[in-house]
Each structure stands twice: as C-alpha cells, then as structure tokens.
Write a protein that binds this ligand. Structure first.
Ligand code: HEM
Length: 463
C-alpha cells in the first residue's frame, strides 16, 4: 500500500456563517460537509432549513429502506433534475415511480446487461487506440472516459437512429448539468425563490431541441422495430408493468432514456477516471491489476464473460467508488416526525446522506483516506450501509451492474495495455457540483507496453 494519501476534499473545520458557507459551497458543495461528519454518526444544523447529515448505518437503513415513504427524495433533487428528465424513474414518487421501476427492472437483468457487453468492449478498444495515438504526451483520461462512456450509453439507447444527434444531446446535457449544479445548493439550504432555478435554463431552446430529437428517435424505433440484440430503448419499449400491464408512452420513454444518459454516463466516466488516477498513484496496485488483466486477456480487449474473472480490477473500482463516490451526497425530505440516532426529526427537515463523508468516516473504516483495494477482497466483511456508492433500498441505482460491468471491461483493457504514471504538479482536484469531478482533468502519462499494440483491424475500426 502506498504510504502517502491520494487527493481529498478539504472539509470545513470551523463554524462558518451562512454567507461564507454559501460562497464556499458555490465552488464545491462537498466543502460544506464539516470535517466532523467523518468522525460522528450524525451532524445537525440550520441554515434557513433544519438539516441533518446522517452517517450512522442503522439510521441510513431506516431512511432508505424501512421508512421509504416517510423519506422521499428531497425537493432539491427533484427541482434540479425534473426540467431535464421529467417525472421519470429518478424523480417520480409513490405509484408513478413504482410502475416505472417495475417496467424498467427487466431492462437491467443480468442477461440483458451481458448482451450489451460487446458495445462496451468496442468502446474500450476505441479508447485504447485514442490513448495510444495521443501518447507519449500526457493524456487527460477524465476527458477520454467521458467520451468512452458516452459512446456506450448513446449506442445502447438511441443507436442507429438517423434522427438522433448524439453530440448535440451530449452538449445539451453537459450544459444543463453544469448550470444546474452550480445553484443546487441554494435549494438544499433553503434559499428563497428568487434564486434562478434550473427550470429557467431548461426551458431554453437547447433542452427543447434535445427533447424533440429524442422523441423523434423513439418514434422512429417504434415504427421500425428492432434488429439484432435489443438495446435499452428496445427493452424499454417492450417493457410493461407486470401488475397493471401499463406501457410507457413516447414522452415517458424519452424521459427515462434521457435519465439513463444523465444518471449513467458521467458517473461511470468518473469511476473510471478516479480508478486510473488511483492506479497511477499506487504503482504496486497497478502492477498487480495489470498482471491479472494480462493473464486473462492476452492482448485482446475484455468482454462481458471476463468480468467475473477479474476480481482485483473490480476491487479497484469498488475502492475508487468509496474514495470518490460520483454521487457524493443524496438527500431526502422527512414527511413525518421521526427519531434518528436519538435525535428528533421534524416534518420538512432535510436529511442528507453525505456519501463522501460516510465512506471516509473513522467510526466505520480503518485508515479511511488511504487507498487500499484489499478492503473489498471479502465483500461480506463490508457493512452494507457504510458503503453506498449506488444508494440502497428500493431506490437503489437501477444501472449499478451495467456501470460496474462497463467499468471492469474498460479498466482491464486499458491497464493491460498501458502503464499510467502521474504528471508531476498536476494532481486532480476533487470538486463536487452535481457529481464528484476532478477539476482540471486527470492528466496521466500513458506508456504503451510492448506487445500490446492494437491490431491493424482494431486500430482502423477505432478511428
Ligand atoms: C458508477 C456509476 C453510477 C453511480 C455511482 C450511480 C449512482 C446512483 C445513486 C447514488 C442513485 C440513488 C440516488 C438516490 O437515492 O437519491 C442512483 C439512482 C439511479 N441511477 Fe445510477 N449510478 C450510476 C450509473 C447508472 C447507470 C449506468 C444508469 C442507467 C443506465 C443509472 C440510472 C439510475 C436511475 C434510473 C436511478 C433512479 C432509480 C430509482 O429511483 O428507482 N445509474 N444512481
């Protein structure tokens, strides 16, 4: 294990006035998490609204599982995302959420996710070819991973559609997330309504165009039917609520597909970028991972079948998701009075689960800021509610196995072909807007290893 520590977010150690904290938080939401959140089970405060940061696994289980109906997603999450993705799976509550979840669940079954693995393998090949072409200069792997995971998600949602302008949708979503993310904190802390809301941004022409383009792609596919292996759109088109037999109409399909893109692509790219950063940070871990990947792959790219045989690569992804959880905090609004960790919760209180601080809490983890993939060698030894990169309970991330399969395929392929080393003086800076991003990118030297030059066929496919 490396003796130094990988980069971390400086958490607040002194009480800050509301304005100072808002100023800091505008730049980095994680910076409003007090340092004591990594040492206590619960921290309560008031800035406009009463809020609680909950790090106690039992209390978190109560919020996410046992008392689900008492703790719906907070108004902030909904205000933020509704303009982009409507009343889709991510946002809906109660019966409207339940039927959509039932209709979408089979889309992400093990078999369906496995069927989509070739798309991930092809994207891994293209990424390897791009990194090889860019070398020996330093490469921003964060940028390349965003491109790679967008390739995957657009291919498995709107593939083959003439109507679908993938780059245009990518630009619209990025624009929205960065604009929305900057002001989300005002909602968390209960600022008045005059603060501009994402709705105003979302009603602009970029979003309108994006939705129209996505609608056209859905309609086109509905008429044409699917050819070959069904992708996420085909599966969702065929999906129905097993209880009511209800199926999604075009707007519901579009909102859910855009949800998959918004929720699934940047988060997976971040997991990959942080994993690569950590491997560059700890060469011992990287060598061990490479040995496993090379012995399995022998020069080819990883496939869906390989994933189960690459346990150490998966452990690196698990540890990256612990140290840099892409969803650094999730929040809920209490509906009824309750008690958590012996403390009164009142209706309307915001309960924040600061996943970043939970994953670095000294009561739950040994040497929490250290990078050590061996923590996940025996998964049963990890307290389920101390580790929540995908949330938990009925609203757990529906795409978790999709994301993990994609991460292992791409990470194993890249580690088997390149040695990544840090670029001096260019450590990434973790900043949380809507997701936990490395500000300025993740710049690494990527040395191509001999005998791993992609074949002429793959290289030409990759351009
Ligand atoms: C490493 C990548 C990912 C991470 C870290 C992640 C994280 C999360 C988290 C923490 C939640 C729960 C939010 C809450 O309870 O407030 C969630 C929900 C969700 N995620 Fe993911 N996600 C990832 C990838 C994906 C992918 C690939 C997809 C789809 C293709 C996806 C689709 C969704 C959806 C639809 C929900 C809402 C589920 C519901 O409320 O029923 N996510 N995700």
């Amino acid at each position: 294990m490396a003796t130094s520590l990988p980069v971390k977010v400086p958490l607040v150690t002194e009480p800050m006035g509301i304005l100072a904290s808002l100023r800091v938080a505008r730049e980095n939401i994680l910076a409003i998490i007090p340092e004591i959140a990594t040492r206590q089970p619960m921290v309560t405060g008031r800035t406009g609204k009463r809020w609680h940061m909950v790090m106690d696994p039992g209390a978190i289980r109560r919020i996410l599982l046992e008392e689900l109906d008492n703790y719906p997603k907070s108004v902030v999450t909904k205000n933020l995302l509704r303009p982009a993705v409507g009343e889709s799976l991510f946002i809906a509550e109660g019966a409207h959420w339940r039927w959509q979840r039932r209709a979408a669940a089979p889309v992400f079954s093990h078999r369906n996710v496995m069927n989509l693995a070739p798309v991930m393998t092809a994207a891994a090949e293209r990424s390897a070819a791009r990194i090889a072409a860019a070398g020996p200069a330093a490469v921003d792997v964060a940028e390349d991973m965003v491109r790679t995971t967008f390739d995957v998600i657009s291919e498995v949602t709107f593939s083959g559609s003439d109507a679908f302008d993938a780059d245009g949708v990518h630009r619209a979503i990025d624009h929205y997330i960065s604009a929305a993310g900057k002001i989300s904190l005002f909602d968390i802390l209960g600022f008045p309504d005059w603060v501009p809301r994402p709705a105003r941004i979302a009603s602009g022409p970029v979003m309108r165009d994006m939705k129209a383009v996505a609608d056209a792609a859905v309609e086109e596919r509905r008429k044409r039917g699917h050819a070959g292996v069904p992708d996420l759109l085909d599966l969702l088109l065929a999906g129905e609520d097993p209880e009511t037999k209800r199926q999604m109409n075009t707007a519901e399909l579009r909102d859910n597909l855009l949800t998959f893109i918004v929720a699934g692509h940047e988060t997976t790219a971040l997991t990959l970028a942080w994993s690569l950063y950590l491997c560059a940070f700890d060469q011992g871990v990287q060598d061990k991972a490479r040995a496993q990947a090379q012995s399995m792959l022998r020069g080819r790219a990883a496939t869906g079948e390989d994933v189960a045989n690459l346990p150490f690569i998966r452990q690196i992804a698990d540890e990256a998701l612990r140290l840099y959880p892409p969803a650094g905090m999730i929040s809920r609004t209490a509906q009824k009075a309750d008690t958590l960790c012996g403390r009164d919760i009142r209706p309307g209180d915001t309960c924040i689960i600061p996943i970043y601080a939970l994953h670095r809490n000294h009561l739950l983890w040994d040497d929490p800021d250290a990078f050590d993939p061996e923590r996940f060698a025996d998964r049963k030894a990890v307290d389920r509610y101390a580790y929540l990169p995908f949330g938990d309970g009925p609203r757990i991330c529906i795409g978790a196995s999709f994301a993990l399969q994609e991460t292992v395929i791409i990470l194993a392929t890249l580690l088997s072909r390149f040695r990544f080393t840090p670029v001096k003086g260019r450590d990434p800076k973790p900043v949380m807007i809507l997701t936990l991003r490395p500000e300025g990118g993740v710049w690494l030297n990527a040395e191509q290893l001999s005998g791993t030059t992609p074949s002429a066929k793959t290289a030409s496919q990759a351009v």
